[in-house]
Design a protein around this ligand. Structure first.
Ligand code: SF4
Length: 288
């Protein structure tokens, strides 16, 4: 069993297992479910993710409040133009928007780790599948790696925007996705944790300031940028860029930073973008 990144890495080394194999083993021990049952449940999760990440690519899905919607389709249509980030990154952002839009319209998504940040992991996996022609089995294994990383962060810090700011939601989602991408690329367990640590480092201190208190804006933009964060963090780790601060210490720092954020920047809609004049005007329009 493991509760920290260090324990996870030690176990991987001792048992000569990948992160996903240890996570499945732990789940088997805790739940009593067979390996096949555990994998089948995760396959169902993957299907929910695939649906949410593609639903809004070719049709506008407007949120219940009417505040947001249609960005997935816009970016998907734009991705083959002369873009700066190229079709792959633009396509990934469109998929991240898609799940955000499905979520804001009360559709079915998989919280990973939360509903607000639910666009990042599905987009990362699906985009990687398209680019590298991966099987679903590879994605399912990567999801276990993501789950293991998310569990460690939830245990030792927080995955709640109300407690730790958006770094704890979109940051953690990007960390989970970055680790999963390393798994997909057959990177080592320590590279996976380095990638997760980079993703958290890149957005440390990010506040939670949703307009009108609705999980829509800037949440949807942060899902789009979060998946990009995951890709670059995975690549940095796979290139063996030095991770000077170990993953567990990054997680601890993220938690402390979150605790230090004022209440106005922790999902209360009292600060940040929510407190701008336009943010307040929009709030009046959607909350009548
Ligand atoms: S801004 Fe707040 S509500 Fe929106 S995704 Fe980030 S943490 Fe969640």
């Amino acid at each position: 069993m493991f509760n920290t990144g260090k324990e996870l890495l030690n176990l991987c080394e001792e048992k000569n297992l990948k992160i996903y194999e240890l996570v499945i083993e732990k789940e088997h021990t805790l739940s009593g479910l067979s390996y096949d049952e555990i994998k089948s449940k995760m396959k169902n999760t993957l299907e929910v993710m695939k649906n949410s990440a593609t639903q809004a690519l070719d049709k506008e899905i407007i949120s219940v409040s009417g505040l947001t919607g249609g960005n997935s389709k816009k970016v998907e249509s734009y991705k083959n133009n002369k873009t700066f980030a190229g079709p792959f990154i633009n396509g990934a952002m469109a998929k991240a928007f898609s799940t955000s839009e499905v979520n804001a319209s009360m559709g079915k998504i998989c919280a990973s780790p939360t509903a607000g940040a639910s666009g990042i992991l599905p987009s990362a996996l699906l985009s990687a599948q398209e680019k590298m022609d991966l099987t679903d089995e590879i994605l399912v294994n990567a999801l276990f790696t993501a789950a293991g990383i998310g569990e460690i962060i939830a245990k030792n810090a927080t995955v709640s925007g109300a407690e730790g700011g958006c770094q704890a939601e979109c940051g953690v989602a990007a960390a989970m996705a970055a680790g999963a991408l390393v798994e997909i690329s057959d990177g080592s367990p320590s590279q996976a944790l380095n990638a997760a640590g980079f993703a958290l480092t890149n957005i440390m201190g990010l506040v939670c300031d949703p307009i009108a208190g609705l999980v829509e804006y800037p949440c949807n933009l942060r899902n789009a940028s979060g998946v990009v964060n995951a890709f670059i963090s995975a690549d940095l780790a796979l290139a063996n860029v030095d991770a000077l601060i170990p993953f567990d210490e990054v997680v601890e720092a993220m938690y402390k930073v979150g605790k230090a954020l004022p209440e106005s920047l922790r999902e209360t809609a009292l600060g940040g973008l929510a407190a701008t004049p336009t943010g307040k005007e929009l709030e009046k329009k959607v909350i009548k």
